[in-house]
Structures are given as structure tokens and as C-alpha cells.
Design a protein around this ligand. Structure first.
Ligand SMILES: Nc1ncnc2c1ncn2[C@@H]1O[C@H](COP(=O)(O)OP(=O)(O)OP(=O)(O)O)[C@@H](O)[C@H]1O
Ligand SMILES: Cc1ncc(CO)c(N)n1
Length: 450
């Protein structure tokens, strides 16, 4: 639960370049501020003609107009925290440093040097100004590994190196230094904060995505938004890491190069929580209304599950805790639907979504030839896997059977099928799992089968 003070909305300012492709720079910053409930203001430093592939042109805004933007915002609206992004030249860096020092605004410096596409966004001779003029007035600086190498003058090939660089950069003035691991190797993307003599390390699985344009911008904007709310650097770091990981997971597939991340992913996800839960409630009502459910109810009970549109894990999947069981001929849910209530169906849904993002719902029913025939006669595509063919190393890993089985069934069908079955194994009841976009439509299919 977030308590919002509507009388005092926090204000953040981004001093950065415009990205015509809408993925990085000012555009990413404003989306991120909005996603975190902070009012965003801007001082544009450069206009870039840019898309997901390249930077085609750069027009710097005059130093006077950059200063005038900051002054206009600060004098009337007030700024709780600011960030810098693309500052193309020494003159721009010096002007921004001067203005920020004048107003003593907590400042996050994202030392942007090169775009994902490889284009330089900071002139080489301006690195000195960045170090001499901007780092001393920064509260937090957020270099990626390459930028940290330039600032600290050391090579970074490991987490240890990143820690060493963070310490060296901290000596240049900022209170906190975060060296980001997006450009490093390894199965995790590891970011390191050095603050008040201590290190905090945050890890996330390295996501395989083309759509990572704007990650650095959004990350520093999220830190700024949290500082504007009065949060401490460590808390701001956690929020930023979470937001960016989710935003990369649901990056926007546009353009032929690096598409933008989606800073709104978390917000959209939360906005669908109630509607999603209500679809499960409605599906349960349909199942409980079935006159004679004996042929569809498995021994272990039925469950119905539906995921949020931007689901991260099983906590974002709603289902019935304790499942739905036969009482006489009728089905009865043992309790109200909740998020995180079925790891089992969540695995079916989350694995299917790796192939087809539209899949969000699942219901398991009893396996029988008759039930399979009904599904086929309804024109539904059915696929299967055999638990006895499960490789030893998969069996040994907790929770790995279903993702493996779903992959086998999807590859066999050439797409995510409407239902996947398996014929069981020692201690495992055979089962059919229906998959689709919506829990209510699946419950209607189950009613027809019954
Ligand atoms: N493939 C990935 N999977 C998971 N997290 C990632 C990935 N790429 C980047 N990140 C995370 O995104 C954030 C930004 O990191 P990165 O090192 O990419 O910044 P950057 O290079 O400044 O970004 P940009 O290229 O947009 O300028 C960090 O929290 C980093 O861990
Ligand atoms: C305007 C702008 N700022 C920052 C970046 C870094 O991603 C970019 N590509 N474009």
C-alpha cells in the first residue's frame, strides 16, 4: 500500500537530451518519474535525431536556454531531486554544475558517454569537466562498467574491479557510487553501490532481450524519483533495480535495433490486479455451477489460474489456495482466489508465455481419453509430454519438470497448444492442463467438456 500525499506531490527534474525514438533520455526519464508517482520536469540539453538503430543528428541547446529552463522550474515549481543525462560538451556541464550548486538540489549524475547504438553523446574533451565540475556536486553517480573505467582509470572485468572503481570514483566527491553491470558478462546483471563506506550488491537474472534502449536513463531517473520522495540512497537503489528489471522483461518490440525498455511495466501490472482476480472469481463461479463435474475433477482437485499481463513470477498469478474439490457431483472452492496460490499452474502459464505473451490462464482437469476426445471435437489443439522421458538433470532440479514438459509440448505442436496432457508417473496423477488468454473462457470450455 502506498500512501500518497496529494497536497505535496514530489517533483523531480531531468537535465538531459531528447531521444526522438522515445526510448532513452528525457522520454525515458519522464515515463519513469510518472511510473513512480513523481511529477517530472525537464531541462533539455540536446535534441537528438535518434531511433532504435542510430543517432543521426545532434543539436545542442544553447547554454543560456538550458540554464533558463532550470531556473524557470526551480523558481516556480520547486525541485526535490534532479538528475543529469546527456550533457554533450564541457560548456553544458559547467553551466549545469553552476545552476545546481546555486540551488543545492540533490543531484543524480548518469555520466552518459555512448548510446547503445555506439554514438558518442559526450565529447571526449568533456570528461575532465564531468570529473572536476559535476561529480563534486553529485549525491549519486551511476556509471555503467565502461563509464566507470573512464572515470576511475582502471579496467573492469569483474565484480571486484567494479568495487575498486566505485571507491575511486567516490573519492571524486559523490556520496554514493553505483557501478552498473548491464555490459558485463555472466548469468546475472550485478550492480554495486558504494555508500558510507559499505557496499550493497543487487543482482537480477541477465535477461536476453534486444529491447534494452534507455535502461541507464530509466535507472538513474528511478533513483532520482525516490530521492525526491525523501527515500535514502539504498532504498532508491532497490526500487530502481526492480523497476528496470521489470521494464527490460517487457521491453517494447519496436524498430529494427535496440527497442526501448518499458518503464511502465510495473505500473500496468499493478493496475490489472483487481480485474485479473475477478476473472478467476468468475471462472470459479462457472466451475461451481457445473451440474455434474465427476468426469473432469482429478483426485488432487481442479485449479484455475490467471496471470497479470506483465507477470514476473508466481506471485503475479492468481489461483485458488487449496484448490477446488468434488463435493458429491458439484465442485466447491476451498477458499477465495489469491495471488501466489498455485506454483503448479503458474509454471504452466509462465513457461507458455515465453513463447506466446497472450497466454495468461490455465485450468487443470482429469486426464481421460474421453476428455481428450471432447477437446479435439471442439477443434482445440492438444499436445503432450511424457514424464518418463524427463532427463535426470531436470528431475533433480526442484520445480523444473513442468517448464521442461511445457517446452516439449510446445515444440511438438509448433505453438502453445490449447491443452497439454501427460499420462502421469510414479505418484503423479495423469492430467490435462488447458491454456488460454482468459480464465473465464477456459472455465466455459471446461463446462462444455463436463
Ligand atoms: N540484459 C539485462 N538483464 C537484466 N538487467 C540488465 C540487463 N541490461 C542492463 N540491465 C540493468 O539495467 C540497468 C542499467 O544498466 P546498464 O549497464 O545497461 O546501463 P547503461 O549502459 O548506462 O544503459 P544505456 O545503455 O541505456 O545507457 C542496471 O540495473 C543493469 O543491471
Ligand atoms: C538522448 C539520449 N540520452 C541518453 C542515451 C543513452 O542511452 C541516449 N541514447 N540518448
Amino acid at each position: 500500500m502506498v500512501w500518497i500525499d496529494l497536497k505535496r506531490v514530489p517533483v523531480a527534474l531531468t537535465i538531459a537530451g531528447s531521444d526522438s525514438g522515445g526510448g532513452a533520455g528525457i522520454q525515458a526519464d519522464l515515463k519513469t518519474f510518472a511510473a513512480l508517482g513523481v511529477h517530472g520536469t525537464v531541462a533539455i540539453t540536446s535534441i537528438t535525431a535518434q531511433n532504435t538503430r542510430e543517432v543521426r543528428a545532434v543539436q545542442d541547446v544553447s547554454v543560456d536556454v538550458i540554464k533558463a529552463q532550470i531556473e524557470a522550474v526551480v523558481s516556480d515549481i520547486g525541485v526535490d531531486a534532479a538528475k543529469t543525462g546527456m550533457l554533450h560538451t564541457s560548456e553544458i556541464i559547467e553551466a549545469v554544475s553552476e545552476e545546481i550548486s546555486r540551488y543545492k538540489i540533490p543531484l543524480v549524475v548518469d555520466p552518459v558517454m555512448i548510446a547503445k547504438s555506439g554514438a558518442p553523446l559526450l565529447k571526449e574533451d568533456a570528461v575532465g569537466s564531468l570529473i572536476r565540475r559535476l561529480l563534486p556536486v553529485a549525491k549519486v553517480v551511476t556509471p555503467n562498467a565502461r563509464e566507470a573505467e573512464v572515470l576511475a582509470g582502471v579496467r573492469i572485468g569483474s565484480v571486484e574491479d567494479a568495487r575498486r572503481a566505485a571507491k575511486l570514483i567516490a573519492d571524486m566527491g559523490p556520496e554514493g557510487v553505483i557501478v552498473k553491470g548491464g555490459h558485463m558478462e555472466g548469468s546475472e546483471s550485478i550492480d554495486i553501490l558504494f555508500y558510507q563506506g559499505d557496499f550493497i550488491e543487487l543482482r537480477a537474472p541477465r535477461l536476453e532481450s534486444r529491447n534494452t534502449h534507455g535502461t541507464g536513463c530509466s535507472f538513474s531517473a528511478a533513483i532520482t524519483a525516490e530521492l525526491a520522495k525523501g527515500k535514502d540512497i539504498r532504498e532508491a537503489f532497490r526500487v530502481a533495480k526492480d523497476l528496470v528489471t521489470h521494464a527490460i522483461m517487457y521491453g517494447i518490440p519496436v524498430g529494427k535495433g535496440h527497442g526501448p525498455l518499458n518503464p511502465m511495466a510495473s505500473l500496468y501490472n499493478e493496475s490489472e490486479r483487481y480485474a485479473t482476480l475477478m476473472r478467476v472469481v468468475e471462472a470459479v463461479r462457472i466451475l461451481e455451477g457445473i451440474e455434474d463435474a465427476r468426469k473432469i475433477a482429478p483426485e488432487v482437485g481442479i485449479n484455475v489460474a490467471m496471470s497479470l499481463p506483465y507477470a514476473r513470477d508466481s506471485h503475479d498469478v492468481a489461483a485458488v489456495p487449496g484448490r477446488i474439490h468434488l463435493v458429491g457431483r458439484k465442485l466447491k472452492a476451498t477458499s477465495y482466489p489469491e495471488f501466489g496460490a498455485s506454483d503448479h499452474l503458474a509454471r504452466y502459464i509462465l513457461t507458455s508465455r515465453l513463447y506466446d505473451r497472450e497466454i495468461r490462464a490455465a485450468i487443470n482437469i482429469a486426464y481421460s481419453d474421453e476428455n481428450l476426445e471432447r477437446l479435439a471435437s471442439m477443434g482445440l489443439k492438444v499436445s503432450w509430454y511424457d514424464r518418463r522421458e524427463e532427463p535426470g538433470e531436470v528431475k533433480a532440479r526442484e520445480g523444473a519438470t513442468i517448464p521442461w514438459g511445457v517446452r516439449v509440448a510446445v515444440e511438438r505442436a509448433g505453438r502453445v497448444p490449447d491443452a497439454i496432457f501427460h499420462r502421469g508417473d510414479w505418484g503423479k496423477e495423469p492430467m490435462i492442463v488447458l491454456l488460454g488468454r482468459d480464465a473465464v473462457s477456459l472455465a466455459e470450455v471446461v463446462r462444455s467438456i463436463a
